[in-house]
Write a protein that binds this ligand. Sequence first.
Ligand code: ME8
Length: 525
Amino acid sequence: MISSRKKVLMAKTFYVTTPIYYPNGIPHIGTAYTTIAADILARWHRFRYGKAYLLTGTDEHGQKVEKAADARNLTAQVHVDEMVQSFKKAWERLDIQYDDFIRTTEDRHTRTALKIFKALLDKGEIYKGEYEGWYCISCETFWIESQLVEKKCPNQECGKMVEWVKAEEYFFKLSAYQKRLLEYYDSHPDFVQPEVRFNEVKSLVTRGLLDICVSRKGLKWGIPVPGDPERSIYVWIDALTNYISALGYDPEKKTPALLFKDLWPADVHLVGKDILRFHAVIWPALLIALDLPLPKTLYVHGWLTMSGSKISKSRGGYRDLMELLEIYGPDPLRYFLMRETPFGQDLDFSEEGIVRRLNTDLANDLGNLLHRVLSMVHRYFNGEVPEPSEPGEADLRLQAEISSLSEKLERFLPLLQFRDALMSILELSALGNRYVDESAPWKLKKDGKERRLASVLYYLADLCRILALAISPFLPGTAARIWSQLNLEGDVHHQVYSEFQPGKLVYGHRIGKPEPLFQKLDQLV
Ligand code: ME8
């Protein structure tokens, strides 16, 4: 019989990815949204199961990036080298703990993308051919007549006029995968989440698939097609392969790289709804063509909008991400984005919303609880965690709530219900505040009920420890500050899951000085 600890050690490492972003501009709050969600998921898995692997990066080839470089009068390489730094800086400031950052201009990636293209050519899955049909320039996609909506691109986020074009290019036999994809969707009902997105994909594939053009003649800023340097590999084929090139996948090797063996298939690809089709149709077909297993889940989230329209690099009208971070700090921003709307739905971004959440949930609730508890431990017990006596009814109720928090997190987080998870954590901190009010330690002191006072403050200090652990995947900096104010040993982010139980705080332990966790903001800055 295998012990549960051994099982965890033997289990595959949880592998989560973000899209690789176009460095045609600096990162904005929309790109941050996906990256924060992926970071929370990875952090939760590290805490819960001991390991996780988060991959992010930049998608550096193609016309969009080339144009952006031209506009700045820079070579594409100089432009992307600069832009990548702003992505890395933003992720650092946002406390994103990624394990790898892949750039599609790196050798390790271009080599693999080339080999994959060649392997598919050799297998006859990619062929050179002439094609005539409807083409959307903006989405760089061919469509069949029946897919068009009033002669326009059927991609809901695009809707632009399509053009009739003739091209001699390389094509991937996507049409041959319709049946296999539909069968796969049928036998894997959780493949795309939420369900509404899965239904979109199924109906798209049911309507029919065309072979896709996977090369671009004359595109200079790209990976040249093997044996045909006039053409570059279509940027989406190049980009999608990042999820395996970063793991050292090599189609020419029989023995897989260790990282690939441990991590693939990905557990979750996190993407926005704009790139659903690429990830739910083209990517799985490419993987089937390569005889590789498909990712377990594709989680598709909604838009961050402002006054109803999608926030994007070109739209403007909102503050720069670094400026937002400067004003509010990473955790209030992370909290607002994940607490405000169920993940999957659109979220209207507002700075009023951040301030409201910061002042109420974070400062009034969580911050206030910690401050009250630590101040009372100092006032009544000289900063030493007192010894509790047998728990009474109220204490048992509090402990039951703490225990149910771990169940709730285990239920919500695999489904990416970040909002429900945060609500449960904040409910527990509100319960802590009510427990303070009801047990009235100041009155216990006045009435000379020292033993009861000791118990109450022990349970409260222990609750603060539990809250630091629970909040750690969501608000890493806040968790670290609570941990440090409690003067607990080690790093809150390196704790094992067995610590996530009531009663683990050692009495006699000396806590640190209480300091406000959050500064309330009176109005918009
Ligand atoms: O599409 N709301 O890169 P990209 C929510 N390079 N999420 C948003 C958002 C918003 N307003 N704006 C952007 C690409 N995103 C390709 C991906 S992957 C192999 C290649 C997020 O820079 C969301 O995750 O346009 C969306 O899917 C992604 O950024 C698009 O980033």
